[in-house]
Ligand binder design. Structure first.
Ligand SMILES: [Zn+2]
Length: 175
């Protein structure tokens, strides 16, 4: 089965890194421009010279936004964003399969049995602005053994061992 050749993966890593560096440079430049623009606006407030610092401010916003868009870390955040209209605290739940290879022993939330594989449910509360997660307020994990997981979530198969296969759903909105 042809997978990605390692050279492509390497190039991906490098381009991720370059994007991250470019992103942080743009954000740094934007922040510097923002601060000097802000200082200029305060200094020249009400005069005709105010146009230049205002332009600097506009450019700083462009720098910061493009810096965020180019940065893979922020992009991943944008990827798991909620609806744009969402502001404030959002609670979400996602579940993934706990596999034996992770070498963890947990006890099942439902039947208290010791388990090495099963289902992990993550309850997650985060603060979002325009749907983009800004910071995590709280995070809780519940573990379910295979038999309880199938009772809890009918239709779920634990044969899928792909760790990327997380399902996420927004349950309630606190505010
Ligand atoms: Zn159980």
């Amino acid at each position: 089965m042809p997978t990605k050749p390692s050279s492509v993966e390497f190039a991906d890593t490098i381009s991720d890194l370059m994007n991250a560096i470019a992103g942080w440079l743009l954000i740094g430049l934007g922040t510097a421009a923002f601060l000097s623009g802000l200082g200029g606006v305060i200094q020249y407030a009400g005069t005709a010279d105010m146009v230049i610092p205002v332009l600097v401010l506009l450019f700083s916003f462009v720098f910061i936004t493009s810096g965020m868009l180019v940065n893979p870390r922020f992009r991943r955040r944008l990827d798991r964003r909620h609806e744009v209209s969402r502001f404030g605290r959002i609670q979400s739940v996602d579940s993934r399969v706990l596999s034996e290879s992770e070498n963890r022993v947990e006890s099942c939330t439902s039947c208290d049995a010791k388990m090495r594989e099963g289902l992990v449910r993550r309850y997650h509360e985060e603060y979002t602005a325009a749907g983009v997660p800004i910071w995590t307020l709280s995070e809780n994990h519940n573990f379910y053994c295979s038999s309880c997981a199938t009772e809890e979530l009918p239709g779920l198969t634990l044969t899928d061992r792909d760790d990327d296969s997380t399902t996420e759903q927004v349950v309630t909105e606190v505010e």
